[in-house]
Design a protein around this ligand. Structure first.
Ligand SMILES: Nc1ncnc2c1ncn2[C@@H]1O[C@H](COP(=O)(O)OP(=O)(O)O)[C@@H](O)[C@H]1O
Ligand SMILES: [Mg+2]
Length: 402
């Protein structure tokens, strides 16, 4: 039997483009010794879909312009039976037709923007491509930090007090927005609603700092949020793997930064500037916290994973007040950096096993979905119905004649 094509999709028009490349390279390396034939689907910073063997090697990403020249354009399509394929449009096959590869399953390894917010997942749905991880709903909810918190509030899951605003509101009435911050009480945290990796996140001790932070963050997102800063802060993350019907939680981790607020550099460049993705960040695993707090975090993680209809894998991030142990849900990452594999190693699962598990969940869920009736064989555009429409046309004509 020829090996099955596993597409790993990454890159994308996102400030977290490079982080996604790092995660994808880890995924590809972990699956090298398996029976899958790995096909890269790299979305360039300008949004062009590319494929080709050169995209499988990390060192080729040092010169992105050169790499793009060596890759070929591709897109999703269907074969004659309606099965999804990756179509390499610039490469001609035997009959001078574009080369196409049947897709067994796809792993989205994007971070941020359309790759993680449900848009890419929706494209997969349209082409009937089985894909790993959360679907459209959980992905888009996970990307919107404000809406995610609204849902948690509605279900009595504790979240930090805060508010959000749009650029147009800021331009119109900056004073009211600043007044809200005053009411919350400084220091506050300012962050883009739809971004990750700490990009655009700042801590403001007073109003001037907040104004400066707002101006910077609007470069990334038109929707910003302000939250009361938790201090002293302990951050705890926990990963969930599975589906709503069968899931497990990982050990907890405590990411450690240079400053109280974790920066992009803390997350990805802490290892003397080398870039190995989330796996290289400084962290304590398992987190040195009480058993009681660990269990609380694990059971909340499960609850939120189900509540958001997440699937496959996610990492749930919490904020804890170091003095009082008060716990707050902060965010859900539906495509966590490095797929949180380092958290599952503690449960005896290496990255390859984790990826195989994700592929297995994805294909089973897809089979379940296609097993359901999705369209009817009857043609409503038969003679009778068309006659009805003709009648309607007449009526419209009549009314417009009036
Ligand atoms: N309410 C808060 N109080 C204190 N620190 C915060 C708060 N919210 C976020 N932070 C800090 O900012 C970092 C990034 O914020 P987060 O909400 O996790 O966004 P991102 O998606 O960019 O990771 C967190 O890891 C934490 O260090
Ligand atoms: Mg975060």
């Amino acid at each position: 039997m020829s090996s099955r094509n596993l597409v790993v999709a990454f890159g994308g028009v996102s400030p977290e483009h490079e982080v996604s490349v790092l995660t994808a390279m880890q995924v590809i390396a972990s699956l090298k010794e398996t029976n899958y034939n790995i096909i890269p689907l790299y979305i360039s910073k300008s949004g062009r879909w590319l494929t080709g063997d050169k995209l499988l090697e990390m060192e080729n990403y040092q010169d992105l312009d050169e790499l793009k020249k060596q890759a070929t354009h591709c897109t999703f399509s269907h074969d004659d039976l309606g099965k999804p394929v990756l179509l390499e449009t610039e490469k001609k096959g035997f009959f001078n037709s574009a080369e196409s590869y049947p897709i067994y399953t796809l792993i989205p390894a994007f971070h941020g923007s359309e790759g993680e917010n449900g848009s890419f997942q929706g494209t997969c749905e349209m082409y009937n491509v089985p894909y790993a991880g959360s679907g459209v709903f959980a992905s888009s909810l996970g990307m919107d930090k404000i809406k995610a918190k609204d849902i948690c509030r509605a279900h009595d899951i504790p979240v930090v007090e805060g508010y959000d605003f749009f650029e147009s509101e800021w331009v119109k009435d900056q004073q009211s927005i600043l007044k809200f911050a005053e009411q919350l009480g400084y220091p506050v945290i300012l962050k883009p609603v739809n971004l990750g990796s700490s990009i655009g996140v700042s801590r403001a001790e007073h109003e001037d700092e907040l104004i400066e932070a707002v101006e910077t963050a609007f470069r990334y997102d038109e929707n910003l949020m302000v939250e009361k800063a938790i201090s002293p802060l302990i951050e705890i993350n926990c990963s969930v793997l599975g589906t709503a019907h069968n899931l497990q939680t990982s050990v907890c981790e405590r990411p450690l930064g240079q400053e109280e607020t974790l920066s992009f550099e803390d997350k990805y460049q802490s290892d003397n500037g080398s870039q190995k993705g989330m796996a290289s960040a400084d962290r304590e695993i398992p987190a040195d916290i009480s058993d009681d707090l660990t269990h609380k975090i694990q059971s909340l993680s499960e609850r939120i994973f189900k509540l958001f209809r997440a699937s496959g894998i996610a990492r749930l991030d919490f904020l804890v007040n170091g003095d009082t142990e008060e716990l707050y849900f902060n965010e859900i990452n539906t495509i966590p950096g490095s797929f949180s594999f380092y958290l599952w190693e503690e449960s005896g699962m290496n990255m390859r096993e984790l990826m195989l598990k994700l592929i297995d969940i994805a294909t089973k869920q897809h089979q379940k979905k296609v097993g359901r009736i999705r369209s009817y064989d009857t043609n409503l555009l038969n003679e009778k119905a068309v006659k009805g429409i003709k009648g309607l046309k007449g009526a419209q004509q009549e009314s417009s004649d009036k």
